[in-house]
Design a protein around this ligand. Structure first.
Ligand SMILES: Cc1ncc(COP(=O)(O)O)c(C=O)c1O
Length: 437
């Protein structure tokens, strides 16, 4: 009782502490306009302190709650929390290498179709599992590979497809899923930048066997660091969690035992009958678990997700409207007709004959205190990390070079105010007016 009272008092004070924090006034040109950032209020801090008072530390009541609530929002049956989006990608692909899948398991040397433009840790698990990436080109405008390009790569033989919905813009997931089914391939959707995006009336992330999410502060909702592997089959969930949790066969949550009811009655591998199931390892795993403090922040953020998504959509639509007269200079963002992006950013590609370069406009915006970002690694095959690696590519990847040389993006995150985005638009107008004449 005393503890409950104290907890209540502490949490009330924490909420007041946050309320007393002064909001910085936006000064055009002086205040940095960020591309992304944490948007939170006292609820997140209260949840964080509440979980720290439990001092449970590892995944606990908040993690369990987040997994249930997020799966329902996302549209899959299961959510398995991990400590980053990169870990989620590693776990998702690794899960498909388990001996448990028999003849269907992925093996070293297997080919995985992926996009040449994107974030490195969509690609890295392919190398980390000893597999061979087959790079397909992205399209300028959508920044995703077309379904046709994936079908062409699939015709040459591959065992899996692992691609991201770039900047929240859905790739043709229904078509890609059909290609995967036709060729008996797995599909992993990297939804790290695409929470809330939909295509063909369905949320992204439900078209493949597994999907991944990131909760890094730049993303749609945050836990600081964090990620999730999303699945709808109990087998994929169990395998993902095994790879996350040291490779163990036991599926008891932290702090619990004998949920299988036969903890000392298993016979696996060459171990003696009855060896404690808690210490039976059926996969070569990692430890990529999340803490309950991270999950607590996530629970508070989740309530804000619908409003965040609407704000992102609104900011994106605003910039699209502002840029409509500048098609002489930029390739404006494009989407598939049946796609409803929950955008991560607003990308622009400077046309070759625009009379200025990407570096010129980026330098202008940065000089005005407006943050810009590249489309991650540009053409990944040109990154130093992969120069000595074995991979295959479909064609010359010329669009990926165009993206590397000409594409940048600005933020649409919910922390942008009308004043900020108006200032950003003005800075674009000034630059483009001076260039046209
Ligand atoms: C498409 C994509 N996949 C994976 C990641 C990795 O997520 P994390 O930073 O949480 O490891 C990112 C990061 O922004 C990303 O954009």
């Amino acid at each position: 009782m005393e503890q409950d009272k104290l907890r209540k008092e502490i949490l009330e004070k924490v909420a007041r502490f946050h309320e007393s924090a002064r909001q910085e006034k936006f000064v055009p040109g002086k205040t940095r306009v960020h591309y992304a950032g944490r948007v939170y209020d006292e609820e997140e801090i209260v949840a964080l302190v509440d979980s720290s008072l439990d001092f449970w530390l590892t995944a606990g009541r908040y993690a369990e709650r987040f997994e249930q609530e997020f799966a329902a929002v996302f549209g899959t049956k299961h959510c398995s929390l991990v400590n980053s989006g990169s870990s989620a990608n590693l776990v998702a692909l690794s899960a498909l290498t388990s001996d448990f899948l028999g003849g269907k398991k992925l093996k070293p040397g297997d080919k995985v179709i992926t996009c040449a433009t994107g974030f490195p840790t969509t690609l890295n698990p392919i190398f980390q599992n000893g597999m061979l990436p087959v790079f397909v080109d992205a399209e300028v405008g959508t920044y995703n590979p077309s379904a046709d390009s994936i079908a062409e790569a699939a015709e040459k033989g591959a065992q899996a497809i692992m691609i991201a919905h770039t900047l929240g813009n859905p790739f043709d997931a229904p078509a890609v899923s059909a290609i995967a089914k036709k060729h008996g391939m797995y599909l992993i959707e990297d939804c790290c930048d695409a929470v809330g995006s939909r295509i063909a009336g369905k949320p992204v992330g439900v078209f493949g066997e597994l999907a991944t999410v990131s909760f890094y502060p730049a993303h749609h909702i945050t836990m600081g660091e964090g990620g999730a592997v999303m699945s709808s089959s109990p087998v994929h969930k169990k395998l993902a969690e095994s790879f996350r949790d040291w490779g163990r066969d036991c599926w008891c949550p932290a702090g619990r035992s004998d949920t299988c009811g036969k903890r000392f009655k298993w016979k696996m591998g060459d171990l003696p009958y009855g060896y404690d199931h808690k210490y039976i390892y059926s996969n070569v795993g990692y430890n990529l678990k999340v803490t309950d403090m991270q999950a607590a922040v996530g629970c508070a953020q989740l309530k804000k997700l619908p409003a965040f998504v609407e704000k992102r959509k609104g900011n994106f639509a605003f910039y699209l409207g502002q840029m409509k007269d500048y098609e002489w200079a930029f390739v404006l963002p494009k989407k598939l007709p049946n796609a409803e992006p929950s955008p991560f950013g607003f990308p622009l590609t400077v046309k070759k004959d625009a009379g200025f370069s990407k570096n010129d406009i980026v330098a202008h915006l940065e000089s005005k205190n407006i943050e810009t970002r590249m489309l991650f690694g540009g053409n990944l095959v040109r990154q130093p990390a992969y120069r000595s690696r074995k991979f295959e590519k479909m064609g010359s990847l010329e669009n990926s070079d165009t993206i590397m040389n000409g594409t940048f993006w600005i933020g649409v995150y919910p922390g942008l105010t009308d004043e900020m985005r108006g200032y950003v638009a003005e800075c674009f107008h000034d630059f483009l007016k001076s260039r046209r004449s």
